[in-house]
Design a protein around this ligand. Sequence first.
Ligand code: CS2
Ligand code: MG
Length: 408
Amino acid sequence: MKITDAKVFVGGPGKNYVTLKIMTDQGVYGLGDATLNNRETLPAAYLTDYLIPSLIGMDPRRSEDIWQFFYRGAYFRRGPIAMAAIGAIDMALWDIKAKLAGMPLYQLLGGKSRDSALVYAHAAGADLEDLIASIEGYVAQGYKAVRVQCGVPGMPTASYATPDIKGGTAPFITDFSGIRPKTEIWDTEKYLRFMPAALAEIRARFGPELKILHDVHHRLLPREAAAFAREVEPLGLFWLEDPTPAEDQDALKLIRQHSTTPIAIGEVFNAIWDCNKLIENELIDFIRVAVTYAGGITHVRRIVDLAGQHHVRTGFHGAPSHSPISMAAQAHLNIWAPNFGIQEYLVLGTPACDALFPSDHHVTNGLQYISDAPGLGVDFNETEAARYQYQPGSHPVVRLEDGTLWNY
Ligand code: CS2
Ligand code: MG
């Protein structure tokens, strides 16, 4: 069996999804997602210029050897661009393998460990009242877990993932007005004075059952993060995410020494080597890698297994930039992983998105139910794809009020 061709498409409804389609001499094809938010043309070029020429002619069933070939063979290893490209190939090869077996992918991983997988939605408000209304909306839809992000009084701009105005919707992180980023202003002291009390009000308002998550988005220093985690400890958060930038794995020790608030980290990690110390030293509770830029199912499964030895559960990244293909790959891992925790899930099911990526994976009452179709269980409509093209966009950058650049 041989790979005969592979094509890359960039575009989608309001997103720049990077979709890989691998064709074989037996008519079976596989799909992968290489989307790297706001850098989408780069994994696309890495695939087209460097990986696909070698891929053609290979046996698609040898997914392990192909992974090793592109990872070890590159010499310059890792990084989000290369790992997103390798990840897309890997997803597509598992899609082919499961289609050949006539089974949904989860059966090849070890079968179902649960009937459905818990997901969390994103609630956001320009202020606390606005945020509470947003949470109420998700609770009314049956969500059991909600990430809560709130504008901070006195902060000169909206905070991470919050709307500018009351009643507005939180923007999708990408600003499509161009490549040059807008600036958000950040003030740690204002945030630290406001956010723990806001979380306490949310807990009091919604009671003990709601699973409350909060994303600090890398903004605090380790000592500040430790103090924050300790202060909110009585609220029983489901998790506190990215309290501090994770380049420094040792920084998480300080947080752990001062608090039992569960910590989630890893959406920007590309490899097991970014989180092995965090996991082995049991400094985190949830690992947030994504099958896209952490090298696909083959590599993420290794991270999940390491995590499982150390009481670390999964909480895969599911920002809106992930296409239904990687969300499907994660759905199969979620239904299998013995150490599954939660899945970040943003409503993908717009009519335009469903037309581009038909599937019957679905979320009902805050639970994700998996498709039993062979493979990943998601398809790609090339006629629909022809309607879209790449649109340049960017994340904001963050500065302190005096102009110092900070972590977005
Ligand atoms: C976020 C992301 O989903 C999350 O938890 O931290 O939305 C992140 O801001 C984006 O993926 C950046 O592209
Ligand atoms: Mg995050």
